[in-house]
Design a protein around this ligand. Sequence first.
Ligand code: X2X
Length: 342
Amino acid sequence: MKVRTLLKLALAAGALSVTTLASAQSYKSEYRMSLVLGPAFPWGKGGQIWAELVKERTQGRINIKLYPGVSLIQGDQTREFSALRQGVIDMAVGSTINWSPQVKQLNLFSMPFLMPDYAAIDALTQGPVGKQIFTTLDKAGVVPLAWGENGYRELSNSKRAVRTPADLKGLKIRVVGSPLFLDTFTALGANPTQMSWADAQPAFASGAVDGQENPLSIFTAAKLHNVSQKHVTLWGYVADPLIFVVNKEIWASWTPADQAIVRQAALDAGKQEIALARKGLVEADQPLLKDIAGLGVTVTQLSPAERDAFVKATRPVYDKWKATVGVDLVKTAEASIAARKK
Ligand code: X2X
């Protein structure tokens, strides 16, 4: 019997659904998900949860493989967005920081001291700002599905406890992303240098770089205390959300039912990932801080007045970047934060 006749018979018997046939024709055997960090970190765990939910809910029709270390683009994380658009990458969980060189609106989250607390982040991602940014991403050529979170980026260095901008003077600080980070650290009197996460860790180990800024979940999972990062300052100057996205052509190749599954799985995974990213920091006793102090690291907490000195010193940078981010978007963000439920 011919294959086509067999298929017709199977369809008539209800043994095969139309979706199965569609997938047999146009679905790839594997989809490639790009991430900077793997499942040892909340970020990579979020990607893993997304992939597993999709596999389970599509009965294996959509099979996703994780590529942490942005290995599809040789570790060059600021090229991830272009690679997604071009189809080198099928899908990603990416940081707003890494995509900000291509999507200038994403610099919003890197404006120093815009978001004072978690409720402020939520007010942006879950409100009109989040919607506008998804529209922008859609226009820029990807399909945005859900928000996740890398986290508040706290300062660490090998030299001294930092309590004032003067303490930062001359420290060589590794940053990534757009020139906004260079402006912020220059305004504080530090000596910022741009490099990828892959290059940063050996640079801490060799002492080529004194310090860095990253969420505390990354500090512990990457064991940065073992590469001379002995001083942490909690200043909460910026936080980078993560965004779950799919390449447009890949998205269009899926049936509407499968698109709905992938979207819902991203929302579910994003929610779980945000909880993981905040773990140890949202509880009243903030156990993660004790864990870090237990590693022999000084943990410096700033008084409101001390924090204010950093806010003041970086205010010109905030004002300068309003135009690049978009004056209206910044206004909407400020209004959303002012109206947040604490
Ligand atoms: O490179 C970083 O600092 C990291 C891992 O946090 C990002 O990808 C933004």
